[in-house]
Design a protein around this ligand. Sequence first.
Ligand code: PLP
Length: 366
Amino acid sequence: MKKHYFLGSAANYKGRLWAHTFAVGLEKDRGALQRFLSQKYSGEAILTKNGRSALALALKAYFEPGDAVIVNGFTCYAVYEAVKAAGLVPIWADINKENLNFDIESLKHIVEDKIKGIIIQNSLGNSVDITAIEKFAKRHNLTIIEDLAHCVGVKYTDGRETGTVGTAAALSFGKDKSIDTISGGAVILRHPCKSAIKAPSKLPKVSDTLRARFYPLLGTISRGLSYVHLGGIWMRCLVKIHWVEKSADNKLDLERKIAKFEAKLALKQLKELKKSGEAPIREFCLVRDRAEVLKKLQTKGYYFGGFWYERPVSPERYYKKVHFPEDKCPVATEVAKKIINLPTYYNKKDLEPACKIIAEYMEGEK
Ligand SMILES: *Cc1c(COP(=O)(O)O)cnc(C)c1O
């Protein structure tokens, strides 16, 4: 039987499926994770339900409602949700095609008085030019918030680690993030807050915890069913009956704690990452005619979908709500139409035939 390769459907859970499904977490695991993060990033760590809640807490801690913050014009709806939840106005900055981040060139055009902060994303693990951004922030008196969803463990070009530069850092432990326990997050407040922040005190919902626990198993079954072309239907049914939740639908909630088993697994992954020193990078290429490339890839058994990002603010179904200024961010708008990501968890040899197909359509930009 021909082998199938996936981007998504919990394909990165191969080899740790049972360890996830049957993980037993205790109250002390939350404490241990919190201490680890407080120490690693030198600040006060607060554990949250997901990454967007963590980011919202960071923004609430250091900004006033009505303030504007610069946001990478190539991101996910979760970030927009966090900005809105804190009562802030997003100012979208266009990206470059090399690292998918804003840079000094694109920031030059958007300085306004009410801008008080800047959220650094380090897209797909590619870091921004931190020296230049820091200088820019200082000149305009902007508070730096680092969003580490893509880049835990990544080093900036000056040698500092992501999350050790800004006033606060937000982590996500969501599906396919650099630390992936299906959901969960944390914020580290590294300076005295402007407004008092309350740590979440409610227990996680049982339904959310069950979904997070069983998603890798249900995803594995989906991959198996793809051999008889039923993987897609299976996943759609699970979404319909709410056994699986699409990442973008995970609710922002400042009151709920992280699940205990997620805290335990997140700490384990953070320690592994520290030991190996290998920060995950989600490789990307820009192609013409992505639909055709995907079709060709499928005939060879490569099921690549759910790219980061298919819209400048993804996913499609929330994009209209954002009122994204496409005219001001032409590069992000173009990249969203052309990007393809490679999965991080197959070896180069397995991906060779896929890379060959992709190369035929590549633009030579990356
Ligand atoms: C996924 C993501 C988040 C937040 O993720 P949650 O799904 O809320 O855990 C924040 N920032 C970026 C850039 C992301 O991709």
